[in-house]
Design a protein around this ligand. Sequence first.
Ligand SMILES: [Cu+2]
Length: 179
Amino acid sequence: MSYFFPDAARPMAGSILRGIEERVGIAVLALALLFTGAQSVFAHEFKVGNLEIGHPWSRATPAGAKVAGGYFTITNKGSAPDRLVSISSDVSEKAELHEMGVKDGVMTMRPVAGGLEIPAGGKVALAPGGYHLMFMGLKRQPKQGEKFSATLTFEKAGAVSVDFAVEGMGGGAVDDHAN
Ligand SMILES: [Cu+2]
C-alpha cells in the first residue's frame, strides 16, 4: 500500500541543517502532518538526483527494544521512475524496507522484495501503517529529540545520507512495532 498525495503549498522556513546534505528546512503544514503523524512543526529535507526525501523520523524506543521504525516521504521530480533498494545505519545492525498490511483481519508486516518504486513525478510516503523502514538489531535506544543518520540507496539517484529525527514513543498514528 502506498500513499500518494498532492504537493501542498509549503512555506519555506529559514533553518539550515547541518551535515553533508545541507538544505533549507521546510515547514510542513497540517495536511502532511496528518499523513505522517509527525509531531514536529519544522521538518527537514534531503535531496539526491531528482529525489527529495522529506522529514525522515523515527520513534523513541523503550529500554531493551531491538527494532525501530523509520518514516519519510520521497518525491520524484524526474521523468523516470526510481527505486529505493537498500538502507543502512550505524544505529542498528541492519535495516529493511517493510510493508504493513491487513491480511485475514490481522495486521502483518513483511519485507518488501525488490525495493520500493517511486514513480516519475510521484510521491510515496513511508508512514505508520504502511511502508516503513525497520532498523533491526538496535545498538542503542534512539531518544526523543536526537537524530541519527542513515544511508538510503536508490537504483538511479545513488546513495544519500539523511538524518532521522526521533519523536516521542507515542508518535505516529499506528503502533506498528509493538510486537
Ligand atoms: Cu517493520
